[in-house]
Design a binder for this molecule. Sequence first.
Ligand code: UD1
Ligand code: UDP
Length: 388
Amino acid sequence: MKIVTIIGARPQFIKAASVSRAICEYKNKTGTNPRPITEIIIHTGQHFDADMSDVFFKELDIPKPDYNLGVNSTSHGAMTGRMLEKIEEILIREQPDWVLVYGDTNTTLAGALAAVKLHIPVAHVEAGLRSYNRQMPEEINRVLTDHISTILFCPSQNAVNNLQAEGIANASSSTQELKNSPAYNLPQTVALVGDVMLDAALYYKQYAKKPQFDLPQQFILATIHRAENTENTERLKSIFRAFEKICQEIPIILPLHPRTRKIIQDLKLKTSNFKLQLVEPVGYLEMVYLLERCGIVMTDSGGLQKESYFFGKPCVTLRDETEWVELVENGCNNVSGTDTERIYGYYKEMMMKQIDFNLNLYGEGEAGRKIVSFFSLRPNDFKKFKEI
Ligand code: UD1
Ligand code: UDP
């Protein structure tokens, strides 16, 4: 069984770490396994700074990529197209049984498209997420990837429901699946496995690492990088006005995505009397340390919304909608948009609020193992996957 994993952006390294670790455990546990698994890793190069890429491979023990395509820093079409062409060449050479993609970036779509055109079945981790906002590049990437994938690994029941609403066959139903499958001869399968990011949070928290910079006793952890906030100057300025107001009460630590750093510098958004601590992107182990100690999280990141829940911290989402609706429904997360006063209001509310975080929304931290157990099945046994 040969799997080609295709990753390229920061959150994908963290997600893939859980599955690569489960593949290693599977190999170690079963020396005489009838279906040994080999993983080949393609890094598209979408993220390339040491603190956006290398640090995760080193700290999370992700196997070194077999290929690095060096495609980045260009428009969506050019980026996806160049990745597609290079991935296709490698897939023709490697002839894998499966291609494994994660999340919703340009890397995800390029990987899935390259595979399915060669009739190689695609497995999509974090399938079924929807914002229902097609202005987001991620929404286009995830909708298309889901529809051309053969196995869809969902992190939550809402994700499964979204796929069913779009008519993507469920593993439990009949021969219809065979007709619908984008890769010939395999049933299209929707599997609720839980969230690989929960696996990562549970496993790596034992290795949490104090960052190099000074840490206040109390602080808010914030991140911003989403295109809709960074490319729209008014939205970004409005977020910064809210940060300026909040900082008069409690410091904010903001590890800066390179995209945001550049725009903040260009717009001269941060003044010296504004007590916002801007730091370089931190590694995941440092991020875990910050998550454990912060008061609340304020972010437009997808991954961080869930991590704030995993670490029992309330979250204010600096967007107009979220894919992780169950967090909002259960009061763990508030979607503020980018209006200054609304952000400030939600910050106040979330700092005071008592929240129940023991909700079991994303599984038990076994998603990586469940995904690997799927690959150890023979195609005729896919239906058994429901019982794993
Ligand atoms: C991408 C994903 C987004 C994901 C995010 C995770 C798409 C469409 N977007 O957004 O879904 O949430 O990654 O962080 O795939 N840059 C650097 N150094 C780096 C990485 C990026 O300087 O290591 C710069 C690039 O040159 C580019 C900008 O940041 O100018 C944006 O990078 P890009 O990968 O296009 O999009 P992200 O905002 O990172
Ligand atoms: N992250 C990190 N260092 C940082 C910022 C984020 O390790 O400086 C981690 C974060 O904890 C989460 C993931 O990166 O696991 C989220 O990535 P990002 O916000 O870039 O992308 P998204 O999840 O929005 O696609």
